[in-house]
Design a protein around this ligand. Structure first.
Ligand SMILES: Nc1nc2c(c(=O)[nH]1)N[C@H]1C(S)=C(S)[C@@H](COP(=O)(O)O)O[C@H]1N2
Ligand SMILES: [Mo]
Length: 300
């Protein structure tokens, strides 16, 4: 079913977190998980307590706007996100430049509450709105030889003050194996708390892969390419010893400079009790089989 997200949003006046919480309570009380106008999906993660809008939108990583956690909120507004189009190319039946509006008119927007865990050992819980990456790939028609999906962030030096510094090799790029990309947990997010996704979180379209570290969730995507070889990824290029292609959340594999066994939930205060990190960020039941037979300390 087609769902015109932006139009519906304005109609429903979903303006803040309090309203969102209230709406969930009402719907929860009626005994259903499905949200009004949204196809809901029962997940253990739905029971997580989400972080506040303020926390989710003011402690960010988006190096195109600076390397400090508060830079994206301060500077990402400079990015023009309308109009927006995404080039889908490589091993697909229908390559081309797709207007985001046209893509959205064919996608079903859902709400998914996912654990989000960063490699620097902090974590949040985010109520995303988005659609399954698999739906976009199926729309473009994946050819039989394709094995990987490569993603690219927009590169606009005149709007992105951080790209004049060579902290990463711009544009930011990421990749997934095709089966990871097709997994129903993998989302392309367009919103948070029922509102349009703010620029600092990757407007208008960003990847969310809940069993992987945060840096896999590439922001402001302009290109999706199907390939038969493993694509380069920004953090792996910058430091291959510290960041692998897979980047699955794994408490047993430490980052060379810090332990990955526990995490600090954002919002609990800096001295809040650290929590043990869960294998695959708690999504093992859904994704562990993707890695059967692989040595995850080698393929980290
Ligand atoms: N284009 C781009 N995407 C990016 C990044 C970036 O610097 N540039 N940072 C990554 C990292 S390291 C993290 S932890 C997450 C942060 O997402 P959030 O700000 O929505 O929490 O975005 C990822 N996506
Ligand atoms: Mo990160």
């Amino acid at each position: 079913m087609a769902f015109r997200w932006k139009g519906d949003l304005k109609d429903h006046h979903v303006t803040d977190e309090a309203l969102w919480l209230n709406r969930r309570q009402i719907i929860g009380g009626a005994g259903g998980l499905a949200l009004a106008g949204l196809a809901g999906r029962a997940r253990a993660a739905e029971e997580l307590e989400p972080n506040s809008w303020e926390e989710i939108t003011s402690y960010n990583n988006y190096y195109e706007f600076g390397t400090d956690k508060d830079d994206p909120k301060a500077y990402a507004d400079a990015l023009t996100t309308e109009p927006w189009s995404v080039t889908i190319d490589g091993m697909v039946d229908k390559p081309g430049q797709y207007a985001l509006e046209d893509i959205l008119s064919q996608m079903t927007i859902e709400e998914r509450i996912y654990r989000f865990r960063c490699v620097e050992a902090w974590s949040m819980v985010v109520p995303w709105n988005g659609f399954e990456l698999a739906d976009l790939l199926n729309m473009a028609g994946v050819q039989s030889g394709a094995k990987y999906v490569a993603f690219e962030t927009v590169l606009r030096p005149e709007e992105m003050r951080g790209v004049s510094y060579p902290v990463l090799d711009w544009p930011y790029v990421e990749g997934l194996r095709l089966d990871e990309a097709m997994n129903p947990l993998t989302l392309l997010a367009t919103g948070i708390y029922g509102k349009d996704i703010p620029n600092q979180n990757g407007a208008p379209l960003r990847l969310v892969v809940p069993w992987k570290y945060g840096f896999k969730s590439i922001k402001s995507i302009v290109r999706v390419t199907l390939t038969d070889s493993e694509p380069p990824t920004s953090w792996n290029k910058a430091n291959p010893r510290e960041y692998g292609f897979y980047s699955n959340v794994n408490p047993q594999v430490d980052h060379p400079r810090w332990s990955q066994a526990t995490e600090r939930p954002i919002g609990g205060g800096f001295f809040a009790k650290r929590k043990p990190t869960l294998m695959f960020n708690g999504y093992g039941e859904e994704v562990a089989s993707l890695y059967d037979g692989m040595d995850l300390s080698e393929y980290f």
